[in-house]
Ligand binder design. Structure first.
Ligand SMILES: NC(=O)c1ccc[n+]([C@@H]2O[C@H](COP(=O)([O-])OP(=O)(O)OC[C@H]3O[C@@H](n4cnc5c(N)ncnc54)[C@H](OP(=O)(O)O)[C@@H]3O)[C@@H](O)[C@H]2O)c1
Length: 333
């Protein structure tokens, strides 16, 4: 492995810009290549972030020998094909959330990483932010006793402009909708606290364009724990998470990008902690990938592949309850 971990960016769209901002601030990392379906878009991104290798195809990027690890940042339906392309070319992969559109895709992707003995991780950046590390420590230390209930809400009101209505969030052919885009954070949090649910119940409003505009999801677990989750792209809701245990509770405001949390232990004064990001918050998942690669690990202990699969399985069950099916996806390669 080279002195700095050499990153390639695949799909230089909205989130890739934010990711590159974080990457540029990490001394142990450099962006050496970008791949777009269109060379002009690769050039524009490369000019912005001072990237030496620009590729007008994802295949060229995957085969660039100067690259150690590729960040896959396409819309959801293309994560699997793009990540497999990179893994087969001998690259480690950090793949945007949701990991894939469904469990069948996730299983194929994980099998490919294992067959090629390449690192693979879902870019569930929220897991790696310092507040979430602190929350996990509180849970492991039993500070709130046994966690019994959890609520997490993540609703945005995306302006109904013509441009947005034609964009990926409202497009069934791009697996749009609230759950896969932001509901996944709530499902992932419940998974982090309680593991895989044994019972799932859900309701959704499917909007005019044929995607879930808002949804509520109830999960229950072997020992009777319950998670109550909601997500929306047409309604702004609170974006808080609360974990209730037998001895107290944890409140995480804006849980997906939290910089503070409050610990409320019964009989004690509430303890509020604040831990600001050093950059835009994406830096922590990048550091996790770098540490795993340097340690020769093929997956992260914090966001393991089997858990990413389990999260997708939960969302498959939820979507089946709504009767929501996407049209066949186009090919991206
Ligand atoms: N972690 C987070 O906070 C966060 C936030 C937003 C989004 N995301 C995730 O990141 C992924 C990308 O989201 P985004 O908002 O960045 O998407 P986007 O800007 O709409 O698309 C990203 C790039 O994907 C490429 N692409 C390939 N096939 C495409 C197609 N058929 N239609 C449109 N673009 C296509 C395009 O790049 P080229 O054509 O130039 O190759 C495009 O610029 C999603 O899976 C989303 O869930 C994560």
């Amino acid at each position: 492995m080279s002195e700095k971990i050499r990153w390639g960016i695949l799909g230089p769209g909205g989130i890739a810009h934010k990711f590159a901002d974080a990457l540029k601030a990490i001394p142990d990392a450099e962006i050496v290549a970008v791949g777009s379906r269109n060379l002009q878009r690769a050039d524009a991104f490369a000019d912005t972030f001072d990237v030496p290798h620009r590729h007008g195809s994802y295949i060229e990027l995957a085969n660039n020998p100067e690259v150690d690890v590729i960040y896959v940042a396409t819309p959801h339906p293309f994560h699997k094909a793009c990540a497999i392309l990179c893994l087969e070319a001998g690259k480690a992969v950090l793949c945007e959330k949701p990991f894939t559109v469904d469990a069948e895709q996730a299983e194929a992707l994980i099998a490919c990483a294992r067959e090629h003995k390449q690192f693979l991780m879902e870019a569930m950046w929220t897991r790696f932010i310092p507040i979430m590390v602190q929350v996990r420590e509180w849970l492991v230390d039993g500070v709130i006793g046994e966690p019994r209930m959890l609520t997490a809400n993540f609703g945005n009101q995306v302006p109904m402009t013509v441009e947005n209505m034609k964009g990926r969030l409202f497009a069934p052919e791009l697996a749009g909708g609230a759950m896969l885009d932001i509901g996944v954070y709530t499902v992932s949090l419940a998974s982090m606290v309680f593991d895989a649910p044994t019972k799932i119940a859900s309701l959704a409003h499917i909007g005019e364009t044929g995607v879930d505009e808002q949804a509520a999801i109830l999960l229950s677990y072997d020992a009777g724990q319950i998670a109550s989750l909601s997500c929306a792209i047409t309604t702004r809701t609170s974006q808080d998470a609360r974990i209730f245990g037998t001895k107290g509770a944890i409140h995480i405001p804006n849980f997906s990008r939290a910089t503070s949390a409050t610990l409320e232990v019964i009989g004690r004064e509430p303890l509020q902690i604040e831990i600001p990001f050093t950059d835009n918050g994406f830096e922590y998942q990048v550091l996790e990938v770098i540490n795993c690669l340097r340690a020769g690990k093929l997956e992260s202990d914090v966001m393991p592949l089997d858990e990413s699969l389990s999260i997708i399985k939960t969302m498959d069950t939820v979507r089946a309850q709504w009767g929501l099916e996407y049209p066949p996806f186009s090919s991206v390669l």
